[in-house]
Design a protein around this ligand. Sequence first.
Ligand code: ASP
Ligand code: MG
Length: 412
Amino acid sequence: MSVLVMKFGGTSVADLGRIRNAAQKVRREVERGHDVIVIVSAMSGKTNELVGWVEETSPLFDAREYDAVVSSGENITAGLMALTLQEMDVPARSWQGWQVPVQTTSAHSAARIEDIPRANIDQKFAEGMKVAVVAGFQGISPEGRITTLGRGGSDTTAVAFAAAFDAVRCDIYTDVDGVYTTDPRIEDKARKLDRIAFEEMLELASLGAKVLQTRSVELAMRYKVKLRVLSSFEDTDENSGTLVCDEEDIMEQNVVSGIAYQRDEAKMTLISVADRPGIAAAIFGPLAQAGVNVDMIVQNISEEGRTDMTFSCPVNQVARAQDALAKAKEAGDINFHDMVADTDVAKVSVVGIGMRSHTGVASRMFEVLAAEGINIRVITTSEIKISVLIDRKYMELAVQALHDAFELDNAA
Ligand code: ASP
Ligand code: MG
């Protein structure tokens, strides 16, 4: 039997009518001859409500109880989805993570899936069950406690099941009809891509295109799971949505596939730190320990043994970064004259695997920004990505200008 994994996000199961709509899509796949594993999210807004209740009850909450509460939204949807399918005469049953069991690490609220033994679900398929509805986002730790996988984690549950069951495909149903060249809310000429390579999707996902949880894309790439993003609100067929796949499966590669942005960035500079071996470790060690997600790092030219060190991080982590660095200075681990935070910046990135074989993308990007009078504060590059930090007020303009310049309105 061929197994198909279908995942429905929160907006796709937001009320009973939408669950019915999703169940109809599942029934159609059963009729096409698949055994289906359905992964469900909590009804939209539910997880936020549960998180709010935990925080109100206990500001310094026990992470194990956080997981016990926050995982429950998915249980409701899983049961309701199984009931809806049964009402449609489709043999279905629900599974909570621990029943499968989805075995995870003990890192509560950010657990990783270690293994998904197939035996229980395989046996039910063998007995005639057509659909296994599994609560996403959750699992069980070696200690026997309920865990969750981090926000957006149902995507990762879906991909992990697709890998474990050698699924023909993992279809992620959501409220958008695919992956776009950029955010259509910023650029109305944004185009839906038919295909995008894993690596490109990874860059776009981590750069703020919030369609898929980054970890789910990493996992799909590792296990070569064909991942498809499509709308649960439209009639869909085999060719709908965007297929996230191996780059070999893409015939015509675009040099640039997409433009991503991160609106709420901050740029911090430590002025005049000693330029000696170990200084970067002394700065970024405490930041990592404080949980600051440092992104871009630039060490400026040094003069008389001292240099300026600039890095970027999310705006809402600036206070934490300042605190960690001030403490490190007090402890004598680092020494700087001043610490300057600029909280009005945004990051804009162009992404494309074609950059590996085409030169001139960076210079073209810089020309386009220059022509719009946009000053670049920091630049970083990787093999398939160029990112710049610019003033936040120019972010939309930069995205639109770059989208035009790289002719993404013709992309497919
Ligand atoms: N319900 C969880 C969340 O909102 C997991 C998910 O939907 O992927 O983060
Ligand atoms: Mg999601």
